[in-house]
Design a protein around this ligand. Sequence first.
Ligand code: FRU
Length: 483
Amino acid sequence: MKTWTAIERYQPYAHYSQHLLTKLEKQQQDSIWHLAYHIQPKSGLLNDPNGFSFFNNKWHLFYQSFPYGAVNGLRSWVHLTSTDLTHWKHEKTSLLPDTQYETHGAYSGSALPMGDQLFLMYTGNVRTANWGRHAYQLGAWMDKEGDFYKLPVPLINQPLTNFTQHFRDPKIIHHGNNYFAFLGARRSDDTGHVLVYKAPKVTGPWSYVDELHFGSSSLGYMIECPNLVFINQHPVFIFCPQGLSKQKLSYENIYPNTYIVGDSFNWDTLTIVNPSSLHNFDSGFDLYATQAFNTANGETYAIGWAGLPETKYPSDQENWQGSLSLVRKLSLQGTHLIQSPITTDLIDTSFDPINESLDLQEKVSFSFKNFPNGKLILQADHSDNRLTIFFDSTNATVKVDRDKFGKKIGSKFGTTRTVKLTSKTKLDFTLYLDKSIFELYLNGGSTALTGRYFPDQADTYHLDTSHLKSQKFDVQGWRLKSI
Ligand code: FRU
């Protein structure tokens, strides 16, 4: 595989040829790991979802992209639109890192519809000659045609004095007569915080108000990708604390994606009132940088990056990496999120998942009257590739094992993920399979587990239920469309 110099990774896109891009796009299209109905990069690397919003009668979504390889290079925002949150179309224009305030990347941010324009607030990443970092918070308008107009100067020029330049990922919210921006930050003492800025207009002036108070004075050494959304008036704070102590939350991925639910939100003191304990947003192998937003009528939608920072993936060999999860509609049950993927428009035909073979483009739902014991195996027909799901009724646990499912991914962080469920009695789950990603939703979406896998070869599969120790279950299957 190519070794990249820092100069190559950060040179302007104009240095790359159209010929190279066409070649990379073909490589992605031809991959056996090319996804059928999940958002994936046309070429190169995809990471965080950005600017998720509803504007001009369409859903808008962007993703962090380096189009020229599976490495951390110069980031832009690639633009997608949809009318059903399922079928996504790549739009013609990307938000490019083309000003002096984003020479080393247009980093993550959010969007707010305002009349006939969409306002984008995001982080401009600049490296100095000796590779020092500078973070600017930038603004841009997008019109109905999808053209961008950047504000000439940054909205926020620098972090507070006792904070480092790890200051990014603004989540913009309109409340009352003001606009608020929630920003992830790393203080000079290496603690993670969320800083809140306020402005009378989105274009500024923006001034610092206070930290977000969410029950801990800080978490980890850095907080990335903060989101504050409201479900039935309850604040839900979804974020990524890096370097989080495992005493505070049990997690196995390099960095967790977490959430906290509160009783209410005090906008005067920026406090999540009566915050819940910290929960994992997804208990699987690969989900990070989730972005959530509220629609004008109060619904909440989220989508995450099915990938992790600082992690190599087998598709790197083919010069592409990353995908997004399905869009999930969020609701609350007490202080727990219920995640319901939006998939109605994906359903093609129903099939019998026990007697017919699978192409890894299916939805399969199981429902057990009693919590099962044993295991369910998704077994390849012509190799030993398999995904195994273990059930233990004594402990009410479900364990997903991807160890044998093709190429190794991040094995240093373990090849299984286990969740403990609150109910020991019944169990139902829905498994979405899409070529090189699974999403498993347990008990109506009260727990979600997402993971990538990279089979050794294109193959057909079958579900082996023979190790389920003769428990009664109902099962249904659907073949899913390609988008
Ligand atoms: C999270 C992140 C963000 C940053 C972006 C850069 O994955 O590190 O904090 O804005 O990725 O691509």
